[in-house]
Design a protein around this ligand. Structure first.
Ligand SMILES: C=CC1=C(C)c2cc3[nH]c(cc4nc(cc5[nH]c(cc1n2)c(C)c5CCC(=O)O)C(CCC(=O)O)=C4C)c(C)c3C=C
Ligand SMILES: [Fe+2]
Ligand SMILES: [Fe+2]
Length: 388
């Protein structure tokens, strides 16, 4: 086999507080994160939402040391994976490609071509597939592959999701067991799986398999753990006004507190590295919610990070991917293309989905016109004297 590379995909996070604004702008510019009927609205709206969120988000990053540890941990995972692959007799170069911050996916791809990699395994560091995470990175890679003839000779394969990988389930079970043992009555502890949320429409309208994969993953971890504990699955990190997958973590914690649960261990299930949503959101915000609800013994299971069993699982995934028939980006992105993103385009009277979509589009146009008018000081509202 010729030169082998492994491309680890992740979301990326701001290294320092000044990066937060531009990082958020990149994130909200992605149509897989905010879906709009018109492409031209994407950038102005991304700028608007990012500007409004930057201060709050910076406050959160301040609480975890002024930046995201995601790059450092992902690079450490890459180094550990390289060593484990070498130990198994497979030499490989590891590349990190972040979607919204340094090191960007585009830079990783440029390095891969420069290094003349012949066989490439594309491994997203998200155990479950979502159109907003792995899907977004696959779409970007598909575009890069279409545009760059130098990428054509690379024999690549994609691992779309890997939440069933036995080593990953084993690592999660070990990490949970370790945390349960910190309680006086381990079997009485409530195990609380907190998955990252996505808007409900991703699953119900766009056909995102994310919820189904999360539910299956939770069941498989409980099966691997093989303990009698009660458990709950809820969804965290909602952003914006639309409905996301339910139950929300905050509500589920309050409900368990009201039912008298006192000992609880949170398992972050969509992440394999510590980052803002584990260190700040769970450890600080949700801990406070839980304690107020009467859950006095609140602990969190660490993310797998560089746990050796987890790294072995990643190495097994890479080795199997190199042996098996390749899975192409077009196949990975196809899942999404097969489903309808927006309801029927034609107008229908009444309170129909179509009418709601058109109402939303008209409201959005009005909203953008207002923003432009507030910035430039010129426009219809100034003309009729409502703004000065
Ligand atoms: C607005 C929509 C968002 C969706 C949908 C979403 C899905 C999603 N995200 C992750 C993992 C991560 N998200 C991170 C940061 C982050 N994500 C959003 C928004 C959405 N995420 C925002 C606004 C931010 C910035 C932080 C903030 O202001 O709250 C990160 C990086 C965290 C870091 O340490 O920097 C990760 C990782 C998953 C797994 C997911 C859906 C399955
Ligand atoms: Fe996110
Ligand atoms: Fe988030």
């Amino acid at each position: 086999m010729g030169r082998v590379g492994v491309l680890l995909l992740n979301l990326g996070g701001p290294d320092k507080l000044e990066d937060v604004g531009p990082f958020l702008y990149n994130l909200f510019s992605d149509p897989e994160i905010i879906r709009l009927p018109f492409r031209w609205l994407q950038k102005p709206l991304a700028w608007f939402i990012a500007s409004r969120r930057t201060r709050t988000s910076q406050e959160n990053y301040k609480q975890i040391g002024g930046g995201s540890p995601l790059r450092r941990i992902t690079e450490a995972q890459g180094q550990a994976l390289k060593e484990q692959l070498s130990h198994l007799g497979q030499e490989a170069k590891i590349y990190v490609g972040m979607r919204y911050w340094n090191p960007y996916t585009e830079e990783a791809i440029a390095q891969i071509t420069q290094d003349n990699i012949e066989h490439l395994v594309i491994l997203p560091l998200y155990p479950q597939f979502s159109i907003s995470t792995s899907g977004s990175s696959f779409r970007l890679l598909e575009k890069l592959w279409q545009e760059d003839p130098k990428l054509q000779p690379i024999d690549y394969t994609v691992i779309p999701s890997w939440y069933k990988e036995p080593g990953y389930l084993q690592a999660m079970a070990e990490l949970i067991a370790q945390e349960l043992e910190q309680f006086p009555n381990p079997d009485e502890v409530h195990i609380f799986f907190s998955a990252h949320g996505v808007p409900k429409s991703y699953v119900e309208e766009a056909g995102d398999p994310y919820q189904q994969e999360i539910e299956e993953c939770t069941a498989l971890i409980m099966q691997t753990l093989n303990r009698p504990n009660a458990h709950t699955l809820a969804y965290q990190s909602r952003v914006g006004p639309v409905e996301w997958l339910q139950p929300y973590t905050e509500d589920a914690l309050k409900e368990l507190g009201a039912k008298g649960v006192k000992d609880l261990v949170v398992v972050p299930i969509s992440f394999v590295s510590e980052h803002i949503e584990t260190l700040q959101e769970i450890d600080i915000e949700y801990r406070e919610v839980a304690e107020e609800a009467g859950i006095h013994n609140f602990r969190r299971v660490p993310a797998p990070n560089t746990h050796p069993v987890f790294i072995n699982a990643l190495a097994d995934l890479v080795i199997n991917a190199l042996k098996n028939p390749s899975f192409k980006l077009s196949q990975a992105a196809q899942m999404k293309k097969m489903v309808k993103m927006y309801p029927q385009e034609g107008w229908e009277w009444g309170l129909t989905t179509s009418a709601e979509v058109w109402n939303g589009r008209i409201a959005m146009l009005g909203f953008i016109a207002l923003i432009i008018e507030l910035i430039t000081g010129h426009g219809f509202l100034h003309m009729i004297g409502l703004l000065q």
